[in-house]
Design a binder for this molecule. Sequence first.
Ligand SMILES: [Zn+2]
Ligand SMILES: [Zn+2]
Length: 464
Amino acid sequence: MKITFHGAAGTTTGSQHLIEINGQRILLDCGLYQGHREEAYDRNKNFHFNPAGLTAVVLSHAHIDHSGNLPNLTRQGYRGNIYATPATRDLCQVMLADSAKIQTADVEYANKKRARKGEPLYTPLYTPIDAEKCLRQFVTFDYHRPMYIGEGVQLTFIDAGHILGSAQVILDLHDLETGEKQRLLFSGDVGRGHNDLLRDPENATDIDTIIMESTYGGREHEMDTDSREHLCNILSAALKNRGKVLIPSFAVERTQQILFAIHQLIETGCIANVPVYVDSPLAVSATEIFRLHPEGFNDSVYQFLFDKRDPFGFEGLQLIRSAMESKELNGMEGPFIIISASGMCEAGRIVHHLKNNLPDPRTTVLFVGYCAENTLGWKLREGHQTVTIFGDPIMVRAKIEILDSFSGHADHSELMEYFHRITGPKKSVHLVHGEPLRSLALQAALQEEYPDKSITIAQRGQSV
Ligand SMILES: [Zn+2]
Ligand SMILES: [Zn+2]
């Protein structure tokens, strides 16, 4: 058996790992590498293997850094099955279509500049039609349903507790030439546990080889003993004086987590029954998909659904798709809550709402997720007094609040715990999906506790 790490090695995006056994080639994840435009374009465009020569593709979850290059793979000749859980497939339907739109718009923008300089023009990585065609190759089955996907290769998904449908991938591999058998675990992205919506990450058993994520190696999430109470205090203070609350949020998972939390706060009387607008077409589509997958949730949400109640719907909630309705929110008086993408405030409708409402001291902006350095969201979190939006300087008189307890990724201690709970020889461990310093920190901690095991950091292009 041979593993080659083609992406999310030395970085967190572009997850792609190739397994070779019995003359077959199985690709784990086909994620989009996200970085500087030109480097990212070349890296995503050109695979280091022949797409048509793959036997099977296995997808851990729907996030674009794991699924976002699939339409390019099928466009370049891959015709086989893409194995995923049912919820992952449904989320991919809306997320890949959205990604295709972004790819196309990005290329148009870059080409304007390239045309002026007389440089050759880019073609989009893939179009919405490629994204739709790629979905026809999905084959779905739920957690704990072992399936043969090749000669001597059996696949089982177990829950990763990271986003709806997210899976850890277990491959039972039987080398037909040597007779050797082994069990490989690919962690995908690992959740924190104790999630409002999802089950805890499951424990894999009898594992020989592990490909494991290391996003938060050496980093601990802030302790937040009662995030629900914290959220209640922030919202009730903000909604006094007819204030508006803007919540920049990732469209998938975070938006639904926030909706469920607000629903419960209204039910228990913690906050008034004010209008709540979800203003993002992708978030609206994702929320509809969440309602269709009771099998993906923890017991409390499952019970909610079986009592014929909608965790992501309540009186006062309005889902907004059209740009017209979004614009109408500008002229309306508070109090109300707007949840809108993107989470980092770099694009999407949230940017318009910020431009209109940041100068008003009655406004509260509540951050519930990570913002990369130098994004608009990061500047607001850092407390900048003036920000530039669409070329105009905007005064920040709004109140900025931060609630960081909603992370979808296990932190250092939680990753260590996750590793402890895996049973079996765990002879070799390859760390992926981490910036170099994060992977190094996790490697050092694991090696100290397990001196007899081989724990290495995967390098891009490296085969083991
Ligand atoms: Zn993820
Ligand atoms: Zn990821």
